[in-house]
Ligand binder design. Structure first.
Ligand code: A2P
Length: 282
């Protein structure tokens, strides 16, 4: 992202009405996000408690003794006292160190053996210390969630699991499992990603060109993007659409003045292809 565009976008988003901001150390723009939040607080537009900031623990920081210092680093970059939600970004660990994607001489990722349950206990300690109001996970499958839920002496359950979720990847089984355990699904790539070939499986067709989404949008005078977002929130999935375009930032917020019928919800659910855009081949 060009320097400064994240700062501008977050400020526009807050002015538009967005309050949930999904960030991560590895996005390398937390300083801009923090600045935008602090500027809006200084303007009197919002209070800190109006904002819901989610930060993420990267793969190289899974050893329990690294968890709190890593969160403290994020807070220092943000210049905030706490995050609202701190999540384990991925269930697999990389070798700790300065390299974000540590690789050996053959270009293979260097993994690291850690105990996710021990990482989770360090996350719990961050909540107890007041550095994170809530803690959760991301990209966890059912088995990995169960490992945490069944951990002896569990103090706090993950409040949320952030996973890819949209009309072409509806996650019916994981959604049901999470519902049963009061874990909120936060759906990333709710618009079908930017289709950047360096990390996106572009053999799956573009979501926003889908004829059903477009036809339903026509009926409500909405775009396919707005229909896709509305579909997710109507089934209880939190959405975190990404845009750095002021017009589209506003467009993606105009989803609270219409309601999809049960028939339309079913029609959209039937679009599920069970194919991920974000394969996370690591
Ligand atoms: P841009 O930042 O130029 O708006 P996802 O949230 O699924 O990862 O999708 C993000 C991608 O979708 C970005 O490339 C973003 O581009 C684009 N995008 C965001 N909002 C819209 C919209 N309302 N209509 C079309 N494309 C959008």
């Amino acid at each position: 992202t060009p320097k400064g565009s994240c700062l501008e976008s977050v400020k526009i988003a807050i002015d538009t009405g967005y309050r949930h901001i999904d960030g991560a150390f590895v996005y390398y723009n937390e300083h801009e996000v923090g600045q935008a939040i602090r500027e809006k607080i200084a303007e009197g537009r919002i209070k800190r408690e109006d904002i819901f900031y989610c930060g993420k623990l990267w793969n190289t920081c899974h050893p329990p003794e690294l968890v709190r210092p890593t969160l403290e680093k994020t807070l220092k970059i943000l210049q905030l006292d706490y995050v609202d939600l701190y999540i384990i970004e991925l269930p697999m660990a990389f070798k700790p160190g300065d390299a974000i994607y540590p690789k050996d001489e053959n270009g293979k990722f260097i993994y690291h053996e850690t105990d996710l349950c021990a990482t989770w206990e360090a996350m719990e300690a961050c909540k107890d210390a007041g550095l994170a109001k809530s803690i959760g996970v991301s990209n966890f499958n059912r088995r990995q969630l169960e490992m945490i839920l069944n951990k002896p002496g569990l103090k706090y359950k993950p409040v949320s699991n952030q996973v890819e979720c949209h009309p072409y990847f509806t996650q019916p089984k994981l959604l049901e499992f999470c519902r049963q355990h009061d874990i909120v699904i936060v759906g990333y790539s709710p618009l079908g990603t930017s289709r950047d070939e360096t990390w996106v499986n572009v053999s799956s067709p573009p979501l926003l060109k889908d004829p059903v989404l477009n036809a339903i949008g026509k009926k409500y005078n909405k775009t396919a993007a707005q229909v896709a977002l509305r579909f997710s929130i109507q089934r209880g999935v939190v959405v975190i659409p990404k845009s750095f375009n002021p017009q589209r930032i506003r467009e993606n917020f105009q989803i609270f003045d219409f309601c999809l019928t049960e028939k339309e919800m079913k029609e959209i659910e039937a679009l599920n292809k069970n194919v991920r855009y974000v394969e996370l081949l690591m």
